[in-house]
Design a protein around this ligand. Structure first.
Ligand code: NOJ
Ligand code: NOJ
Length: 440
C-alpha cells in the first residue's frame, strides 16, 4: 500500500471512529439510560417470543451465523430471566405483572424439559436447540454454573411467591422436598451440591478447572437454597446445602490468597484452552455481581476487588487500539487480556459490552457498599463517577436504535459479533439498578 493510501486509510478510520463516538452524543447520559433500559426490557421479552422456538426458550442472540447463537444457553437464559424476575417484582401494573409471570412460567416449563432431556452431561449441559433438544455436538461441557444460576433466578421467584402467601404453590411447582426431585429448583440444587467439587468449563466455555465465577454462583445458590428448604420444611436438605456452601466459601479463599493484587479466575486448570497466563478475568467481577456476593461477602477482601478492577483497566488500556488512540470517558473492557475470540474466528479479542458494564456495575456496588458501611459520601461519589464513565463508554458505542451486539470492534468502535445479545440487555438493567441503589 502506498504511503498516501495508508494515510487516507488512517484518516478514514479515525473519521469512522469519531462518527462512532458521536453516535449517541445528542442524547445526554441520564436520558440515554432511560431510553436504553426501556429498549432493553423490550429486547429481553423479544428474545423469548421468537416464532420458531419452543415456548420458554430464550435465544442468546438472533444471529444464526458468524456466530450462530440461535440456541438456549442455560447461563444466558438464567441471567436474562433473573432480570425478568426483578422486573416482575418491581412492576406495579397488574397487566405487566401477568405478562412477565407468563414468561417466567414458560421458562420454567422449558427448563424442566431441559433437565429431563438426557443431555450428554445431564444438568451440566450448557446449551439446547430452540426446540428443547440438548445440543449434541462437541462442546466445552459440562458448564456447572448453569444449574446454580438457574436456581438463583428461580429461588428469587419462589421467595416472592412465598411473600405473596403462595407457599403451597411453591411446594407444588418449584420445590418438592423429594429425592430424586421432580421439581426444578431442588433438582438444580441437588446437582450443584453433589457436583461443585468437580472441574467444569468456565462461563466463556474455554477452560476446564475450578472457577471463581462458577463457585461463587454455586455457593450462593446453595446458601439461598438452604434458606428456601428450611422455609418449606425440608430441613435435612437445608443442612446439607448449607454445609456444602460453607465448604465452597472455604475453597473460594484460594482465589484471594495469591501474590497477585487481583482475585484469580481459575485454579486447578485441568484442560481446555491454556493461554490465560495472567489468570485475570472480568468473570471474577461477574461472579461477585451475579451471585449477590457483593452484599454478603464483599468485605472478604475489599482491596482485592478494587485491585481486580484496576488490573483489568490497566491491561485493556494498552491492548486495544480504540483505547489507546481516542479520548473517551473510560477504557472499553474485554473478557480477559489473552482473549482472541472475535465472534467469528480467533483473530484477536475485542472489548465486550457486558464486561464493560460489569466494571460500571462493580463501581456502583462499591459506592453502595461504601455508603452503607463507612458513610463516606466523597468516596461513594467518586465510585459513582467512575461507574458512570464505564457506563457512558457503552453509550458511545451503542447503535443509535439502542441495540447492542456482543462485542465492540477494537479497531473502529462499531458493534461487532452477535447482534442483539440478550445477556447485554439484562446487563443494562442490572447496571442501571445498581446505579439507582448507589445514588440513594
Ligand atoms: C464459543 C464460545 O462461546 C466462546 O466463548 C469461546 O471463546 C469460543 N467458542 C472458543 O472456544
Ligand atoms: C460466548 C460467551 O463466552 C458465553 O459466555 C455465552 O454463554 C455464549 N457466547 C452465548 O452468549
Amino acid at each position: 500500500m502506498s504511503l498516501k493510501l495508508f494515510i487516507v486509510g488512517q484518516l478514514l478510520s479515525a473519521q469512522v471512529f469519531a462518527n462512532a463516538l458521536n453516535l449517541n452524543h445528542d442524547q445526554n447520559f441520564p436520558n440515554w439510560i432511560k431510553s436504553e433500559t426501556q429498549i432493553s426490557e423490550n429486547k429481553l421479552l423479544q428474545a423469548m417470543s421468537q416464532p420458531d422456538t419452543a415456548e420458554g426458550a430464550v435465544i442468546a442472540s438472533p444471529s444464526r451465523e458468524k456466530p450462530n447463537y440461535y440456541f438456549h444457553w442455560v447461563r444466558d437464559a438464567a441471567l436474562s430471566m433473573d432480570a425478568i424476575v426483578d422486573l416482575y417484582k418491581r412492576t406495579s401494573s397488574p397487566d405487566d405483572k401477568k405478562n412477565l409471570e407468563k414468561k417466567i412460567l414458560n421458562y420454567i416449563k422449558f427448563s424442566q424439559s431441559n433437565q429431563r432431556a438426557g443431555a450428554l452431561t445431564g444438568l451440566g449441559e450448557p446449551k439446547f436447540y430452540v426446540d428443547g433438544r440438548p445440543y449434541d455436538l462437541p462442546w466445552g461441557r459440562p458448564q456447572n454454573d448453569g444449574p446454580a444460576l438457574r436456581a438463583l433466578t428461580l429461588i428469587k421467584y419462589a421467595k416472592s411467591k412465598i411473600d405473596d402467601g403462595q407457599t403451597d404453590y411453591v411446594k407444588q411447582n418449584l420445590y418438592d422436598s423429594q429425592l430424586p426431585s421432580h421439581s426444578i429448583i431442588k433438582a438444580d440444587l441437588e446437582y450443584v451440591a453433589s457436583q461443585w467439587q468437580n472441574p467444569s468449563f468456565d462461563l466463556w466455555e474455554e477452560v476446564l478447572g475450578d472457577h471463581f465465577f462458577t463457585l461463587a454462583a454455586q455457593k450462593s445458590a446453595l446458601e439461598q437454597g438452604a434458606q428456601l428448604a428450611q422455609t418449606l420444611g425440608d430441613s435435612g436438605a437445608s443442612d446439607w446445602y448449607l454445609k456444602q456452601s460453607q465448604k465452597i466459601a472455604a475453597k473460594l479463599n484460594q482465589f484471594f490468597n495469591s501474590p497477585e493484587k487481583y482475585i484469580l479466575a481459575t485454579v486447578n486448570r485441568t484442560g481446555g484452552l491454556g493461554s490465560k497466563a495472567s489468570n485475570l478475568d472480568t468473570a471474577v467481577l461477574l461472579g461477585l455481581l451475579r451471585s449477590n456476593n457483593f452484599h454478603t461477602d464483599y468485605n472478604w477482601n475489599q482491596s482485592k476487588v478494587i485491585g481486580t478492577v484496576k488490573a483489568l483497566t490497566k491491561a485493556f488500556t494498552d491492548l486495544y487500539p480504540i483505547n489507546k488512540s481516542q479520548p473517551a470517558p473510560a477504557v472499553a473492557i474485554g473478557r480477559y487480556p489473552e482473549d482472541v475470540y472475535d465472534g467469528d474466528a480467533f483473530q484477536g479479542g475485542n472489548p465486550w459490552v457486558l464486561t464493560t458494564l460489569a466494571v460500571a456495575e462493580t463501581y456502583y456496588e462499591l459506592a453502595a457498599w461504601t455508603l452503607k458501611h463507612t458513610g463516606e459520601k466523597t468516596d461513594a461519589a467518586k465510585y459513582i463517577e467512575l461507574g458512570d464513565a464505564f457506563f457512558a463508554r457503552v453509550q458511545l458505542h451503542a447503535n443509535t436504535d439502542g441495540s447492542l451486539s456482543e462485542q465492540i470492534s477494537r479497531f473502529n468502535g462499531y458493534m461487532t459479533s452477535a447482534v442483539d445479545l440478550t445477556w447485554n440487555y439484562a446487563a443494562i438493567l442490572t447496571t442501571s439498578w445498581a446505579r439507582e441503589r448507589a445514588q440513594q
